[in-house]
Design a protein around this ligand. Sequence first.
Ligand code: HH2
Length: 281
Amino acid sequence: MMPAAEGPLNWAGLSLARPLVMGIVNVTPDSFSDGGRFLDAAAAIDHGRKLMDEGADILDVGGESTRPGAVPVDADEQLRRVLPVIEALARAGAAVSVDTRSATVMSAAARAGARIVNDVSALEDDPAALATVAAAGVAVVLMHKRGDPATMQLDTRYGDVVAEVRNYLAARVAACIAAGMPRNHIALDPGIGFGKTVDGNVALLRDLHVLGNLGHAVVVGASRKSFIGHLARATPAQDRLAGSLAAALEAVHRGAHVVRVHDVAATVQALAVWSALRKPG
Ligand code: HH2
């Protein structure tokens, strides 16, 4: 493994001195992991509060599923789903990110108290997204994906997946800097499961330092994803907690600063024990 580069100290106003846990709050009827149980705003708010109690550092609120094969949700419907949830959780003191590809949703979410925009299209799918995030002064997660959620698993061939993802994200960072965003607002995410094979996902996690060497916070979302099912024959998604914990710990070991997870309490516990055991004695 290459020596770790000097990492960023903070991102989105959050210290990166220890790994951060981003808890997932899906407000979508077709989420593969929640099965629509949190469609109702009140239930989503309760779920977010529970994740805060469990030790989540960030709550990632999304109103559009981006799993392979999912259909797009228009901005009005996303706003109807996520705005009351963002308002309530931000008021309760959470650092909220909004998981969206829509510039309209980004600016309304920022006004409602979101501090971070988490865009699986790295501010590309909506031509207004880059300028919107720069003007709103919020932080961003730039994630690599290929194509649309509907089609992304149809072409998973790369020459060198790690180099391609790295070069793509480096170019998106350059676009953000050119739009006036400060460096410590920008985090990078390899996009586990977004147009990649199982081997591609494994390579991206093993070589995560290649992304880390770009000098930005690194976010990894491996929780309950299908590559875990493939590696460990664990289906359905709800049965992938143990594999998700293994992936989260190894991601942090390889340089992730933030892990995006469904199971916050279990992840916080795993990280606490792992961190204590790794401290030089
Ligand atoms: N994965 C999903 C959604 N958003 N954002 C980032 N930054 N990184 C990811 O890996 C990522 C993401 C898909 O997972 P999930 O939210 O669990 O499913 P759904 O798309 O059904 O909401």
